[in-house]
Design a protein around this ligand. Structure first.
Ligand SMILES: Cc1ncc(COP(=O)(O)O)c(C=O)c1O
Length: 369
């Protein structure tokens, strides 16, 4: 207990869970509530309404919130959207593209996988060619913002292709929504997966899926592959009864509701602009400090910068020195694990915090010379 109460305040520069406001944290204390009572239905309804208000306000979309991390909603989307005998096309250029592929394998869903260099955007011609030739491809899945590298994928272009060939476009925007421009309507996104605890600045434990109404009709014909991770049963229970099929993380809903209020008060575009300003500042400073970037500038997202580790330092040395000073940075994943580190600028972090971080980083790098 003592250890928890005395937890030092850390500036989290990892891509979620992020630093949250006092307002969001305090929402947890609203009190105990039974999830089968009308009070919970009101909160659930408000959360769903605010998600749609933020990301898909034209009335053609609906949403379901799932208790579970981002992967829960991703898994529900993948295993609920591909018909028996049809295929999923996975565009894979990072850890999270790979995760989509692993989910498909776990459910024995037939898939075609196009793998690309993690430092590049995918080959559009090859993707169009694959989709046009293989009529069994029913769903095309891609990550919007590859959190493993900080690379932005070309949502709009792929959406044009899936629309042209009348396929479902499933987008993992778990680290994109709220941090990057995405227009579900104009980008032809049919199924979009998001999470509470990244750019929306809520707490970990809730994720959601935004679905086109037409897509819901199609999904109804697909037999359930899972009891918990079933988009249709999750959605129907929420729409028809205002309830979740299984016990939801009630208190995390309070916090998510508050985070969505903060988000809408700030404005979606202003939130994106705030993150862009932060990453622009950080990148200018990283260049000044002589750090080398993993990606070319044109692929960079607003919220993650992947940098090669300095030659004379391991990740652990860098991480531990910065943590002692109050900053949590993030390691590389998969094939980049020993080569890079990542700095995320999602969450409730001020420009002053980032300036202090840069001063500390400069000192830590200097100490190692
Ligand atoms: C793009 C993307 N997809 C999926 C996930 C998995 O989310 P979670 O760790 O919340 O399950 C993450 C987490 O960082 C992510 O960034």
């Amino acid at each position: 207990m003592e250890g928890i109460c005395e937890l030092k305040k850390m500036i989290l520069l990892n891509p979620g869970p992020v630093c949250t406001s006092e307002r969001v944290k305090n929402a947890l204390l609203k009190g105990d509530m039974c999830h089968r009572e009308k009070e919970f239905s009101i909160i659930l309804g408000n959360v769903r309404k605010k998600i749609l208000q933020a990301f898909a306000s034209n009335g053609n979309y609906t949403t379901t919130v799932i208790t579970g991390s981002g992967t829960a909603s991703l898994e529900a989307s993948v295993c609920s959207s591909v018909s028996e005998g049809k295929k999923l096309l996975v565009i894979n250029n990072g850890v999270y593209g790979d995760r989509i592929s692993r989910i498909a394998s776990a459910y024995k869903i037939d898939k075609v996988e196009l793998q690309y260099d993690w430092r590049r955007q995918p080959d559009i011609k090859q993707i169009e060619n694959t989709i046009s030739k293989d009529l069994d491809i029913e769903v095309v899945a891609m990550v919007h913002h590859e959190t493993s590298t900080g690379l932005l994928n070309p949502i709009h272009t792929i959406g044009e292709i899936t629309n042209k060939y009348d396929r479902t476009f499933l987008v993992d925007s778990i680290s994109g929504l709220g941090g990057e421009e995405i227009d579900l309507i104009n980008d032809n996104v049919d199924i979009c997966v998001g999470s509470a605890n990244k750019c929306i600045q809520g707490l970990p434990g809730l994720s959601f899926v935004i679905l086109k109404q037409d897509e819901v009709k199609r999904l109804r014909n697909i037999p359930a592959r899972s009891v918990y991770f079933n988009l249709i049963s999750q959605l129907d229970e929420q729409e028809e009864k205002g309830e979740c099929p299984f016990t939801p993380s009630v208190h995390t809903f309070y916090a998510f509701d508050e985070a969505l209020d903060e988000f809408l008060e700030e404005g979606v575009q202003n939130r994106i602009n705030r993150y862009r300003k932060a990453s622009t500042f950080l990148r200018k400073e990283f260049k000044r400090l002589g750090l080398k970037f993993l990606l070319p500038d044109e692929f960079l997202s607003n919220t993650i910068t992947a940098l090669y580790l300095p030659k004379n330092m391991t990740y652990t040395q860098l991480h531990d020195s910065l943590k002692e000073r109050g900053f949590v940075i993030y390691a590389g994943q998969g094939q980049l694990n020993a080569k890079i580190f990542r700095i995320a600028n999602m969450g409730e972090i001020s420009m002053e915090d980032l300036e202090t971080f840069i001063k500390n980083l400069q000192e830590v790098l200097g100490d190692s010379q």
